[in-house]
Design a protein around this ligand. Structure first.
Ligand SMILES: Cc1cc2nc3c(=O)[nH]c(=O)nc-3n(C[C@H](O)[C@H](O)[C@H](O)COP(=O)(O)O)c2cc1C
Length: 354
């Protein structure tokens, strides 16, 4: 890169930072979140995402149950790899009080260890907002509809992450453009989650008006992710059409790769499970049962690879993921795209002034 374009690039990056509330909230350089993933968020992956200029989000259950770290020690391990900001995921679930108490304790530890960025999912994030704001922290909530966005805003969240119908894990039902239209007037930064496999995908949603992106699937196929190589290879080899929704594992629709064994077993829950999942009285306990079972099943698939029932959670971005790379390589292709984009925008702006 020559000196002139390097100067332009630096100017471009600082102009993004000034205009982008999300970057200021998170204290980072690139508008890219490595989303929380059970069981795939191992500490080394989280740390690498932050170290490369985005922000890695800790998934506490993955840290403790799947990767067997004491929560505080896991945080300290991440902090020994990077001194850049990291975030924590809080899945808000009131129905099991032991879970909520444990999550509150983990959040207290995270605050003590200096974490100030939180990504909440499901439920009412009020208690997370109260705790985070008391320390000057920031909370972004994952939403799939305007109704959930309004509820989260009432609880005081600082930003929204719109999870669309292309996402891995528990996908939404609306596409990225529809979700942006639904939420753009809500007065907080809006990020896009779902279907971002390469820099071009990011560019497309930034052009829609999103301030940043949250990626999951792309980072499973990263060197630093300790998921089994069968899981990574399945992502690299899959196409968009291979992603199917199953309610068989967690009781709610979840995007997975339709491997040969999923084809054999089928992706739909059986008739009795479906009835229990719908019943007014049985719904709650059936979901809790499924939630616990899914922790075990996903952990096993991710650790053992093919051979057992291969439930590999992934989203439709698989179509644009063609290799396993380091997090730094992935981030650098995104950052190059941002530089080109901003240099072009600056040039157009300059020409308009001439
Ligand atoms: C394997 C997997 C596990 C996930 N687990 C969680 C989780 O525990 N908490 C959460 O808030 N989101 C979770 N997500 C959603 C991601 O944080 C992110 O929003 C999503 O992956 C974005 O879609 P993409 O996979 O198309 O990039 C998970 C996604 C995947 C693929």
């Amino acid at each position: 890169m020559n000196t002139a374009s390097r100067t332009n690039t630096t100017a471009a990056i600082s102009s993004i930072t000034e205009a982008n509330t999300f970057l200021q909230h998170a204290g980072i350089e690139l508008p890219i979140i490595c989303g929380a993933m059970y069981p795939c968020s191992n500490p080394e992956l989280v740390a690498a995402a932050s170290e490369s200029g985005g922000i890695g989000i800790i998934q506490p259950i993955a840290m403790v149950y799947a990767h067997q770290h004491d929560f505080r020690e896991g945080l300290q391990l991440i902090k020994s790899i990077t001194d850049k900001p990291i975030g924590m995921n809080v899945i808000v679930e009131k129905s099991v009080s032991a879970y909520e108490e444990r999550m509150k304790k983990w959040m207290d530890i995270a605050l003590e260890e200096g974490i100030r960025f939180f990504v909440t999912a499901l439920g009412n994030p009020q208690w997370v907002v109260d705790k985070a704001h008391a320390y000057g922290g920031i909370v972004y909530h994952n939403i799939t509809t305007r109704k959930w966005a309004e509820r989260a805003l009432k609880a005081g969240v600082d930003g929204l992450i719109c999870v669309n119908d292309n996402a891995g894990g528990h996908a939404g039902t609306l596409n990225a453009a529809q979700l942006f239209e639904e939420t753009k007037d809500l007065g907080v930064p809006i990020l896009c989650a779902g279907g971002i496999g390469d820099a071009q995908d990011m560019s497309t949603v930034l052009d829609m008006g999103y301030q940043g992106v949250q990626l999951g699937t792309r980072f499973i196929a990263a060197e630093e992710c300790v998921a089994h190589s069968d899981y990574k290879d399945s992502i690299v080899n899959a196409e968009e059409k291979d992603i199917v929704l199953t309610d068989k594992i967690s009781g709610v629709p979840c995007a997975i790769i339709e491997t040969e064994s999923v084809k054999k077993m089928g992706a739909k829950a059986g008739p009795i499970a479906r009835m229990l999942l719908k019943g007014r009285k049985t719904k709650h306990w059936t979901r809790t049962y499924y939630a616990v079972l899914s922790l075990w099943k996903f952990k096993r698939s991710s650790r053992d690879g093919m051979g057992y029932k291969d439930y590999f959670q992934a989203g439709k971005s698989v179509g644009r993921i063609h290799g396993v790379e380091t997090v730094a390589q992935i981030m650098s292709s995104f950052s190059n795209e941002l530089n080109v984009k901003n240099v072009m925008e600056n040039e157009v702006e300059g020409a308009n002034h001439d």
